[in-house]
Design a protein around this ligand. Structure first.
Ligand code: NAD
Length: 316
């Protein structure tokens, strides 16, 4: 905690001084800084890779506006990344962060998960297993339906705000929890973010209210007669108050990053500027390597089965 956005951008500028040929980014900050402030570097860059959902969303926006000037592999889209890192990694480490910061009992609490994407699914499944009453807020009807069919209560934020004891944002969006929601919350409600940067809880508006640090990573805010507890200054609680994802998760993400760099080098000059997916075979290799490291073997299709699955004449 304590590192400001300015510190972060100072670090980015240091990275840029190395005149990277491949950019490895987590949130598209490096790529957007290069495009905005150092376009002279673009011609020497072979390509880049992007680690997380928010970064991919921004890159697709750049691509749509014809602003993206070199190819980027969306490592986040690899199955061995988002189905493991976002679901299992964020799922577990978010709870780890909350527990380390507060030692709160999860059982019996109304636990609000804002956003039912990969990260939200991971968090919701874990707190359900810890006997919380899980409530999901969403803006996407398919995701909301999925949450309801997975057995969770789905509510708009204004209603969830009144009943929640613990809130976690994992949307990649900004100001998902605003003062208008906070002023409806129960005295003693706990709020944290495990989505993007410090953007998901409206910390700027909250800053107008009196606050005091009551223990490491926990700030108490007095908001309209109620005490609200913000964990980790609204930054990613799993990184601030815990250790992020276990290495078994990160090894898969980094394996994808390394293989994406190799793919970019092998295809130098052949990939158009834009967002590219990591080839399926590379993703599959990472899955096989991970299984191997876990001592797990799987079956292979027989020749007869392969033929059957690729045929339109047989079995109909
Ligand atoms: N803490 C970590 O270590 C970690 C790890 C991986 C990803 N992330 C970040 O977590 C965020 C979510 O990632 P994801 O892969 O789950 O994304 P996702 O796109 O799969 O899911 C996000 C969900 O949030 C919903 N949403 C958007 N705005 C909302 C709003 N105002 N209210 C309620 N729901 C809303 C979307 O409809 C979507 O279903 C991203 O910012 C990603 O970069 C964090």
């Amino acid at each position: 905690m304590g590192e400001s956005r300015e510190d972060y951008y100072r670090l980015l500028r240091k990275v840029i001084e190395f005149r990277p040929q491949i950019t490895i980014d987590d949130g598209c900050d490096l790529v957007s800084e290069i495009h905005k402030s150092h376009p002279e570097l673009v011609s020497s860059i072979i390509g880049g890779c992007e680690e997380t959902t928010t970064g991919v969303i921004r890159l697709r926006a750049m691509e749509r506006d014809n602003a993206l000037r070199y190819p980027i592999v969306a490592v986040n889209e690899a199955k061995t990344k988002h189905l493991m890192d976002n679901v299992k990694g964020t799922g577990q480490s978010t709870i780890d962060g909350i527990l380390r910061a507060t030692n709160v009992l999860i059982a019996g609490k109304n636990f609000v998960v804002c956003g039912y994407g990969d990260c939200g699914k991971g968090v919701a499944a874990r707190v359900k297993g810890m006997d919380a009453n899980v409530i999901v807020t969403e803006v996407d009807p398919f995701r909301a339906l999925q949450a309801a069919m997975d057995g969770f209560r789905v509510l708009p934020m204004a209603e969830a705000a009144r009943v929640g004891d613990i809130f976690v944002t994992v949307t990649g969006n900004k100001n998902v929890i605003r003062v208008e929601h906070m002023s409806l919350m129960k005295d003693g409600a706990m709020l944290c973010n495990s989505g993007h940067f410090d953007a998901e809880i409206d910390m700027a508006s909250l800053g107008r209210y009196p606050s005091r640090r009551i223990r490491p990573f926990v700030d108490e805010y007095a908001v309209e007669g109620r005490r609200l507890y913000i964990l980790g200054e609204g930054r990613l609680v799993n990184l601030v108050a815990a250790e992020g994802h276990p290495s078994a998760i990160m090894s898969m993400s980094f394996c994808n990053q390394a293989l994406a760099c190799e793919y970019l080098v092998m295809n130098k000059g052949l990939l158009k500027p834009g967002v590219h997916v990591l080839p399926h075979d590379v993703d599959k290799d990472v899955a096989m390597l991970q299984l191997e490291s876990m001592g797990i073997r799987i079956d292979r299709l027989t020749g007869e089965q392969e033929k059957y699955l690729s045929s339109w004449e047989e079995g109909t």
